[in-house]
Design a binder for this molecule. Structure first.
Ligand code: NAD
Length: 366
């Protein structure tokens, strides 16, 4: 076998093996030399509807890191849509590259063509490193896109609705833990003050919380400090701080062996997807430590709600009122977790799986 053939076989078998771990339906790789585009689109499950999930642009160290991320993220979208009561499946895309340096109109339009080739089975939107302007370019090549600018009849940036949903989930967790949902005076660390993190900070500051922020970019920190007068903490040292609430709003897997040893908070509630590095191990570890963990895919569903509303004809108030309901679902999940002595992520997964199963059966009938 030639070297090229061997390399192809290795990638393919690894991908299929990875897909079979969590039953992914389809994974599509896209490459375009002219624009430098290297992307992967993963479709996890389409029982409830077309797979909708954002596109993340990140400078992954290698291809398998990107594949791992897109598989995890797309699965999370299936659960997020299901638990939120939306008729959507789960999918996600990643573009390998530095969004600050490598992105271009041509790249995004080429990506749009890849999305279009899936014929509506996958619908894209923004995620880390991708904004509404990028979606505008994608929209030039496909209709299967949400999160396009409001001026073009879309729902615009979903982040404020995501942040509102996270805020609701955080308040519900506070209510469950402390008997009332006020965040006034609570010490809260927001990790990552990008689109969602900054918007979350604005809700928290308004409510009188003592907010600390951290980020890897100095310009983000300066902008948020200037606007809200919050305090900056070191991006690694903050894990050792005394705090009431930790709000992960950067990337995933920040709840891991290292950080859980150090965290001393009462509640974890944030926007980042896949916060538990290993769902089973760290989901249980969080529970054993007595920390209330608001499942990420439940409380960060505001963005998905927002783009879903766009598919129906956008209305911001409808999106916000659906996102407000995250409060009630969070309370429900925390209650099940306590009553059955199971980690919160297990309770949330189960609720999502029950809906997929029930609706899947309904769809079988004519
Ligand atoms: P963003 O790119 O606008 O912001 C992320 C911020 O995190 C950036 O400022 C980045 O510099 C910072 N960051 C990265 N690594 C960090 C680290 N190690 N320590 C501290 N800061 C770090 O992205 P966003 O749209 O705000 O999304 C944030 C998270 O929420 C992501 O995990 C995303 O998948 C998730 N999420 C976003 C939405 C949405 O509507 N945008 C919806 C659901 C979930």
């Amino acid at each position: 076998m030639s070297e090229l053939k061997e390399a192809k076989t290795t990638v393919q078998s690894t991908t299929l093996a990875n897909m079979s771990l969590h039953n992914h339906e389809q994974v599509v790789f896209g490459f375009d030399e002219a624009t430098g585009l290297k992307c992967i689109i993963a479709i996890h499950n389409t029982i409830l509807g077309p797979a909708l999930g954002g596109t993340r642009m990140w400078a992954y160290a290698n291809e398998s890191e990107a594949l791992n991320d897109v598989l995890r993220l797309s699965r999370g979208m299936t659960y997020k849509a299901a638990i939120t009561g939306l008729n959507l499946g789960g999918g996600k895309a990643v573009i390998i590259g530095d969004s600050r340096k490598d992105k271009s109109e041509a790249m995004m339009r080429r990506f749009g063509k890849f999305v279009n080739s899936l014929g509506g089975k996958y619908i894209t939107a923004e995620d880390v490193g991708i904004g509404t302007k990028d979606m505008e370019y994608v929209h030039m090549e496909t209709q299967h896109v949400t999160g396009i600018p409001e001026s073009m009849g879309g729902s615009g940036d979903p982040s404020p609705v995501t942040a509102f949903g996270v805020y609701m989930g955080m308040k519900a967790s506070a209510n469950y833990r402390w008997g009332n949902d006020s965040l006034n005076g609570k010490k809260i660390v927001v990790q990552g003050v990008g689109h969602v993190g900054e918007s979350l900070v604005s809700h928290l500051v308004k409510e009188g919380a003592k907010v600390y922020i951290t980020d890897i970019f100095q310009d983000r920190l300066e902008a948020v400090v200037k606007q809200y007068g919050v305090e900056v903490v070191d991006k690694d040292a903050f894990y050792d701080m005394d705090m009431d609430i930790y709000a992960p709003c950067a990337l995933g897997a920040t709840l891991n062996d290292n950080t859980l040893e150090r965290l001393k908070c009462s509640i974890i509630a944030g926007a980042a997807n896949n916060q538990l590095a290993d769902e089973k191990i760290h989901g249980e570890a969080v529970m054993k430590k007595g920390i209330l963990y608001a499942p990420d895919f439940l409380i960060n569903a505001g963005g998905l709600i927002n783009v879903y509303t766009e598919l129906e004809g956008y209305n911001r108030n409808r999106a916000l009122s659906k996102a407000e309901n995250i409060y009630n679902t969070t309370l429900q999940i925390l209650k099940i977790s306590t009553e059955e002595n199971i980690p919160t992520y297990v309770a949330a997964n189960r609720m999502a799986e029950q809906r997929i199963e029930a609706i899947g059966k309904v769809k079988l009938s004519y």
